[in-house]
Design a protein around this ligand. Sequence first.
Ligand SMILES: [Zn+2]
Ligand SMILES: [Zn+2]
Length: 234
Amino acid sequence: MKILFLGTGSGMPDPNRNSSAVLIEGVNGALLIDAGEGVSSRLRQQGIWKQEISTIVLTHSHTDHVSGLMMLIQGWYLEERQSPLQIFAPAFLLSGLSLWLDTVRLQPAKLPFRIDFQELSGGKFNILSGHQLEAWENGHIASSEGGSYSLAVTDGGSRWVFSSDLVNLSSLASYLPGSTGLVVESYHIEPEEAVKMAGANGIKKVYLTHIPPECNCEPLAGAIWAEDNMLING
Ligand SMILES: [Zn+2]
Ligand SMILES: [Zn+2]
């Protein structure tokens, strides 16, 4: 499972890091987790713009996780994409997407491809990209205010946990056993604790992301600070 970091920044604009987006190769197109600002240009920079992204999962409604979505869709509209696109989002965000698309003149009815909107809730989903997706609420945004999700993505024998934004690490605890790798945000938690927790679950691959501009990002045993355009074999 190839994993490409497209945006490893935080909620603060940063000259060196775009906001949250990570691409995961699949058997039926790629899976994009979050679509922060700059995701379209990063894809073009990587020369994989034409590679079909079949599924997009938006973990929560904060701007740094969704602000690149409209440019992605506009690009595919102008290029006359044909293949269907699946978008998962929490119900609160999903309800706003239609209005947002209408407002920027990308009404789904006029697009040359179909968008299949799916509610992201707790549970397991077989998604269009060919991965199995597991999602659970993590409390970063309260359920009553729209909710926020952490994810596990399974492909073949490989299972990776993507924390997205957290309140604390405890929401990951029961989902780490049996996982191959962990991509964990570094802003709202202690990275050292994440490494310890991963190690206790036999996870040897830990990547830190959601990195603020002021981070000195000193080397941390057992983890790697992710960078935009970093490609890893999961
Ligand atoms: Zn964020
Ligand atoms: Zn957030």
